[in-house]
Design a protein around this ligand. Structure first.
Ligand code: GAP
Length: 448
C-alpha cells in the first residue's frame, strides 16, 4: 500500500508555506542540508516539546541532560564508532565519485561507466580540529549520536539527581553523520537532531523494559495523530543488530518512498558503561541499596530523529479535500503540534476593522502562537492557514464592531461559532486542550 501523498507535494508545500527551505539556496544549495522556516521551526519545537513532556516532565524516573557536540576522541574509540561506524565504499577511477559497495551492481561506475576501486571502509563521523593547529592530536569528531554524552555522565547524574534505578537520562540535540546516500528530503541528512533516552535498569529486567518502551514509543506517535495503519514494528534480525545491541525494534512508518525506520528501540545491555569504564579507568557501576549488590546497569535506548518525526507528522497530516466543488489542501496536524494555533483575520483590511482586530491579536498572542493576516481575500487566507495546519481562525467582521463578538472557524470540521471577545482566550484554551466545549452559552446576537 503506497502512502497517500508523494514526497514532491510535501517538499513543495514546505517551501511554499515556509516550513523548510533548501540550505544555502541563494548559493545553489548544499546537498542534503535543510533550513527550517518560520512555520517549520514552530512545528519542530512542538515535536521536541511533546517528546520532552512525555519522556521527562510527565515522569519521575527520567531526568534531562544537554551535553557538548564535540567530546574527547577516546569516547568514540570506546563506543566502537571508530572501528564499526563504517560503510564499504568503492570509488570511480575516472570521475572519483564514491558509491556504497552494496548499491552498485557489477564493476562499472553508475555515473560514467569508469572502473571502480576495490571496496574500502569509510567512517561516517565528521572530523574537525580543535584549537589553532591542524594536527592529529587536536582532532575531534562531531558526535554521530547524543547517547555517548549521556553514558559518560552516568556517574554525575546518578550522584546529583539522587535517584534510584530504573533511571532514564534524556537528551535532544544535533548529531552529524557523513551519510553516503542521504536523501528523501529530511528523512536522511548529514546534520540532524536526535531525541534519545538511555534508560538504565537492573540486568535481568531489561527484556521487560524493552517491551515497555517499544509500546510507550509506538503509542506516542499514535497519540499525536499518526494513523496506526501507517506504523508497524520490526524486530532486527541477528545479522543486522548494531555492534552494541542485544536486541532492537524499529518503529517503521509508511513514508512516501515506502516503509522505513522512524525510531529504533535497542537493548544495549551493559556494552557502553563497560566500554567507558575500561577506556577511562573509572568504575561505572551502580550500588543497589535495596538488593544490597553492585552491578553495571543495562540500558534500553529509544532513539528517535526529530526531523524524521517532523516528516512523518507532515505526511500523515496531509490531505486534499473537495469542499463545495473546490479543492483544499489541509494539514490535519494534532493541535499540540500545529505551528500556529490561532490566526486573527479581519474580514478585510479596513480602517474600522483593523483596531479591533489588532486588539484581539494582542489579547491572544501572549497565550498562543498567533498569526495576524489581513493581506488578501478571506478565502485565500483560510486556505493558507489550512495548508499550515492552523486549528482555529478568528474572523472579525463589521458585526463585531457592534456586538464585540468574533467567529471561530475550525480547520477540520469547518464549523463556525461566534463568541464574545472577552471569552475568546478561554474558549481557545479549552479547544486546544481538546475539551468538549458547549458554545451555546456564549451565543448572544446569533441566538436572538
Ligand atoms: N543512538 C542510537 C542511534 O543513533 P540510529 O538507528 O542510528 O540509532 C536513531 O538512529 C534515529 O535517528 C533513527 O531512527 C532516525 O529517526 C534518526 N536518524 C538516524 N540517522 C539519521 C539521518 N542521517 N538523518 C535523519 N535522521 C536520522
Amino acid at each position: 500500500m503506497p502512502a497517500k501523498v508523494d514526497m514532491d507535494k510535501i517538499v513543495s508545500l514546505c517551501k511554499r508555506r515556509g516550513f523548510i527551505f533548501p540550505s544555502s539556496e541563494i548559493y545553489g544549495g548544499l546537498a542534503s542540508c535543510w533550513d527550517y522556516g518560520p512555520v517549520g521551526v514552530e512545528l519542530k519545537r512542538n515535536v521536541k516539546e511533546a517528546w520532552w513532556k512525555a519522556i521527562v516532565q510527565d515522569r519521575d524516573d527520567v531526568v534531562g541532560l544537554d551535553t557538548s557536540i564535540m567530546m574527547h576522541p577516546g569516547i568514540w574509540a570506546a563506543s566502537g564508532h571508530i572501528d564499526n561506524f563504517t560503510d564499504p565504499l568503492v570509488e570511480c577511477k575516472s570521475c572519483h565519485l564514491r558509491w556504497r559497495a552494496d548499491a552498485v551492481e557489477g564493476k562499472k561506475c553508475p555515473n560514467c561507466g569508469g572502473e571502480l576501486t576495490e571496496p574500502r571502509m569509510f567512517n561516517l563521523m565528521f572530523k574537525t580540529f580543535m584549537g589553532p593547529v591542524e594536527e592529529e592530536a587536536s582532532m575531534v569528531y562531531l558526535r554521530p549520536e547524543t547517547a555517548q554524552g549521556i553514558f559518560v555522565n552516568f556517574e554525575n547524574v546518578v550522584t546529583t539527581s539522587r535517584k534510584k534505578l530504573p533511571l532514564g537520562i534524556a537528551q535532544i540535540g544535533k548529531s552529524f553523520r557523513n551519510e553516503i546516500t542521504p536523501g528523501n528530503f529530511i528523512f536522511r541528512t548529514r546534520e540532524f537532531e536526535h531525541m534519545e533516552l538511555e534508560y538504565f535498569v537492573k540486568p535481568g529486567t531489561d527484556e521487560k523494559w524493552l517491551d515497555y518502551w517499544v509500546k510507550e514509543r509506538f503509542d506516542w506517535y499514535v497519540k499525536l495523530g499518526i494513523r496506526k495503519e501507517n506504523l508497524r514494528l520490526r524486530q532486527h534480525g541477528k545479522d543486522e543488530l548494531a555492534h552494541y545491541a542485544r536486541d532492537c525494534y524499529d518503529i517503521e512508518y509508511l513514508f512516501p518512498m515506502g516503509w522505513s525506520e522512524l525510531e529504533g528501540i535497542a537493548n544495549r545491555g551493559d556494552f557502553d558503561l563497560t566500554q567507558h569504564a575500561k577506556h577511562s579507568g573509572k568504575e561505572l557501576s551502580y550500588y543497589d541499596a535495596e538488593a544490597g549488590e553492585k552491578y553495571v546497569p543495562y540500558v534500553i535506548e529509544p532513539s528517535a530523529g526529530v526531523d524524521r518525526s517532523v516528516l512523518a507528522f507532515l505526511v500523515d497530516a496531509y490531505d486534499e479535500e473537495e469542499i463545495e466543488g473546490e479543492k483544499r489542501t489541509v494539514l490535519h496536524l494534532h493541535r499540540s503540534l500545529a505551528p500556529i494555533k490561532v490566526a486573527v483575520l479581519p474580514l478585510s483590511r479596513n480602517e474600522k476593522l483593523t483596531p479591533l482586530a489588532k486588539e484581539v491579536f494582542n489579547k491572544l498572542c501572549p497565550n498562543f502562537v498567533t498569526d495576524y493576516d489581513d493581506s488578501q481575500s478571506i478565502g485565500r487566507r483560510y486556505r493558507r492557514q489550512d495548508e499550515i495546519g492552523t486549528p482555529f481562525c478568528v474572523t472579525i467582521d463589521f458585526e463585531s464592531l457592534e456586538d464585540k463578538q468574533v467567529t471561530i472557524r475550525e480547520r477540520d470540521s469547518l464549523a463556525q461559532i461566534r463568541v464574545p471577545i472577552g471569552e475568546l482566550k478561554k474558549v481557545i484554551e479549552a479547544k486546544l486542550k481538546g475539551e468538549a466545549f458547549d458554545a451555546s452559552t456564549l451565543w448572544a446576537t446569533r441566538q436572538k
